[in-house]
Design a protein around this ligand. Structure first.
Ligand SMILES: Cc1ncc(COP(=O)(O)O)c(C=O)c1O
Length: 400
């Protein structure tokens, strides 16, 4: 009898963590490595949020809470959804988990049966397909293209839906591309979904507030109220409030689904950290002005990276609407050879050679389901970004 479960054999370890580990190993061996793999803002959590956590500790908010969130946090989430998204929810339609990741996972665990398909636009956040597999479902994919800034079209969506499709996972602005769907683009997709009543929408709005230039964030239930009853709107405080380590995410949706998610949570993690929940109340109810100033920094870095990468022969780097990632194509470099004689056969060989030759750690596109590309996270200092992009320029110039 095998000791490890069959479920485990269905999933692979996170490729983004593998890249981070490799970069760490090289650094430990004394190599000068710049990591562009991080999926978190390099800013610190704002002081008012830290103070709220300290106050929570001092006030004794150190016990178990209600399984799916304190009443204060649920109220703050309802107010946020009304204020930012014009969506009306009551606290019993809201669940809070240990990060958006746990909420997404719980929702899939609560709803998938063998044979159920979950449609995932590629390139995608690395965890979606594996979470679907862990929950016993089948991930299916629809590929965005460089020409459409990696966004899927309504025709593609329509063609990819089958009678077994239970969920569409939607993520805008996207990890790994930064691409954001405009209201018109999203409406074209929700029009398709209206025709397929068996399909529910799991929208991952984690990068909502990281939206640049004149791009306006929008979310499916807001764009198409007819879909309200089959939409789970997932969000969290990790990215906008620089709170990745605090582990608070949440979702709003139909009561029965929210209850089912709570049932899974009650038998796994019980409740998200009481202190982090108090901090999240302050994040959502407190001043929001630092988001705009953080975004100014992100826009400057995005422009810097896009300019430096687009100056390279063989690389095309679309300028995205949000998040803190760019997803350049290396189609023009495939088939070339490094000075050490390594042939660039795909994006994985590119990323490995770049790390070994120049000490720049990026994540290869195959990890996100669309090649030949790589992902750069620009959530690091301007100096590090300039240095890294100069090294990428030198590396590409050395190929023949
Ligand atoms: C697209 C996307 N969704 C969800 C998450 C999970 O965020 P958290 O669990 O920190 O709330 C991440 C984190 O990297 C992400 O990039």
């Amino acid at each position: 009898m095998p000791f490890l479960s069959d479920t485990l054999s269905r999933v692979k370890p996170s490729p983004t963590i593998a890249v981070t580990n490799k970069a760490r190993e090289l650094k430990a061996a004394g190599k000068d490595v710049i990591g562009l793999g991080a999926g978190e803002p390099d800013f610190d959590t704002p002081q008012n949020i830290k103070d709220a956590a300290i106050a929570a500790i001092n006030e004794g908010k150190t016990k178990y809470t209600a399984v799916d969130g304190t009443p204060e946090l649920k109220e703050a989430i309802c107010a946020k959804l009304k204020r930012d998204n014009n969506l009306t929810y009551t606290p019993d339609q809201v669940t809070v988990g240990t990060g958006g990741k746990q909420v997404l996972y719980n929702a899939l665990m609560a709803t998938l049966n063998p044979g159920d398909e979950v449609l995932i636009p590629a390139p995608y956040w690395v965890s979606y397909p594996d979470m679907v597999l862990l929950a016993g479902g089948t991930p299916t994919f629809v590929e965005g293209a460089l020409e459409t800034q990696f966004k899927i079209t309504p025709e593609q969506l329509d063609a990819a839906i089958t009678p077994k499709t239970k969920w569409l996972i939607f993520n805008s602005p996207s990890n790994p591309t930064g691409a954001g769907y405009s209201a018109d683009e999203l409406k074209a997709l929700t029009d398709v979904l209206k025709k397929h009543p068996q399909v529910w929408i799991m929208t991952d709005d984690m990068y909502e507030h990281l939206a640049y230039d004149d791009f306006k964030f929008c979310t499916p239930a807001e764009i198409e109220p007819e879909l309200y009853d089959r939409t789970l709107t997932v969000n969290g405080v990790s990215k906008a409030y620089a709170m990745t380590g605090w582990r608070i995410g949440y979702a709003a949706g139909p009561k029965d689904l929210i209850k089912a998610i709570g049932k899974i949570q009650s038998q796994s993690t019980s409740n998200p950290c009481s202190i982090s929940q108090a901090a999240a109340v302050e994040a959502l109810n407190g001043p929001q002005d630092f988001i705009a100033s953080n975004n100014e920094v992100f826009v400057r870095r995005r422009n810097l990276v896009c300019e430096m990468l687009n100056a390279i022969d063989g690389i095309t780097c679309p300028v995205p609407e949000g998040a803190f990632y760019v997803y350049p194509s290396i189609a023009g470099l495939i088939g070339k050879t490094t000075p050490a004689g390594v042939k660039i056969e795909d994006d994985e060989t590119f990323a490995t050679a770049l790390l070994e030759d120049k000490g720049v750690a990026v994540v290869f596109g195959a990890a996100f389901g669309l090649s030949p590309n790589f992902r750069v996270s620009y959530a690091t200092s301007d100096e590090a970004l300039k240095d890294a992009c100069t090294r990428i320029q030198e590396f590409c110039a050395s190929l023949s």
